[in-house]
Design a protein around this ligand. Sequence first.
Ligand SMILES: NC(=O)C1=CN([C@@H]2O[C@H](COP(=O)(O)OP(=O)(O)OC[C@H]3O[C@@H](n4cnc5c(N)ncnc54)[C@H](O)[C@@H]3O)[C@@H](O)[C@H]2O)C=CC1
Length: 488
Amino acid sequence: MNTLSPPLIPIVCGNSVLTEGSDGVGRTYDPATGKVIAEFARAGQAEVDQAVAAARKAFDEGPWRRMRPFERGRVLQRIADLILERREELVRKECADSGKPLRDAYWEVDCSARFFEFYAGAADKLHGSSIPLGPDWSDWTVKDPIGVSLHIIPWNYPFQLIARGVAPALAAGCAVIIKPSAETPVTAYEFMKICQEAELPEGLVNLVNGRGSVAGDMLARHPGVDQITFTGSVPTGKRVMVAAASHAIPCNMELGGKSPQILFADADLDRALPVIAGGVFTHCGQVCNAGTRLLVERSIHDTVVEKLEKKIAGMSIGAGIDDPDLGPLVSLAHKKDVESFYDIARKEGELILGAQTPKEDPLSGGAFVRPGLVVGASNAARVAREEIFGPILTIIPFDGAEEAARLANDSPFGLVAGVHTRNIDAALAMAERLRVGQVWINSFAVGLDVEFPFGGYKLSGFGREKGLEALNAYQQIKNICVHHPIPR
Ligand SMILES: NC(=O)C1=CN([C@@H]2O[C@H](COP(=O)(O)OP(=O)(O)OC[C@H]3O[C@@H](n4cnc5c(N)ncnc54)[C@H](O)[C@@H]3O)[C@@H](O)[C@H]2O)C=CC1
């Protein structure tokens, strides 16, 4: 055996582990070094059909949805425990595959365990309601699992986004198929091993690796799939919606954003600026809810730019495993896309720092970029409207709350927003006006945050993940109405 060959990640359909797929073999790279870390079997129609058949059988004939809900909860709790037992191994694998700094990978794995804990506790609390129709009638609702749920996962949080969707789907009684990003398939297979160890029924969770435009599209169109949860870009999300429409199934869409952080002059800058920087530079800006549009009250604009410039000039850049401030981007292809925005920024305003990585730079072999600030660009500029998915913060001044609200809402997206001020009345008034799915006041995307609903307005998508609201995507409501006249 050649011990130097990279490991091969299979497709898993029920109990069948397929090391070959009809769409050939893909490779995944460590973005810090450009080295291949694993190969994976790419699914075509045959494997997609097999995975859907396994999931269908598990849902239609298997024990899962007939189990008592608390027993389903116990299995989910076992998955949470196994994730925490394997924490170190998962963190290292995620670091190497996605490039994220060590502390972000710890967050990702811990958060994933929290999703399973949270929905373990929710499994036996999926109540219906009773509806009063008057004497001689009884009417109530029950919540049925929706069926086979497809999870199309992006590359930025490959493990956590599996947990975010799969945990509520399983709690609700569904069977699932996971389609990881071809950029980051490594920890999805680790998740399958955990499911096996937790003794999930055969076929309840299936793994289909492959290209989005091939395996992803085939899965989304497959008549055996009942629901889709998608996280990724707007153009791909629209393609998935068309595929879902071809067989009239519902989908949950989480499509990213260009989230505003509104900084009033009365804010405590020592508290606010680290939060603002964390909101944009975490995982090198490759976060759907990154706060990449900073709206600053004009009187403090120059001070804020100066302080942020100082902060980002001192940021360390390196391989995720060394836990730098900024790891590499996910791939060299994505680096090229992000770097194109440095040129756009120079045309639309002034780019502070953020130069392209020079050829002689020791980091130039990996997908590294330098963080940048853009000033002097308007809210209509591409750097203020498009999701760059890199470490670039666009800073725009405003005069008064009216203008701040107008600028914040003048975006095709509406995922989250941050408001930084000492005046809680002003913050709450602003929160009311913002057309976004979530408002952070004097904070931004902190904690393991599995408890509250998350999702966007406008192009950021629809449907809600996380919290108890997420369960709605995986259940359908059945109404039962009984006429039973009682002799009186
Ligand atoms: N909102 C978010 O959290 C994310 C947003 N993005 C944005 O998307 C941009 C491009 O990144 P990509 O990885 O190319 O994202 P993408 O949106 O193309 O891919 C997301 C997932 O969809 C799958 N996919 C692709 N085409 C498909 C199709 N026709 N049918 C079914 N599934 C399909 C991919 O294989 C992957 O698993 C990024 O630069 C970023 O702006 C990327 C990742 C996460």
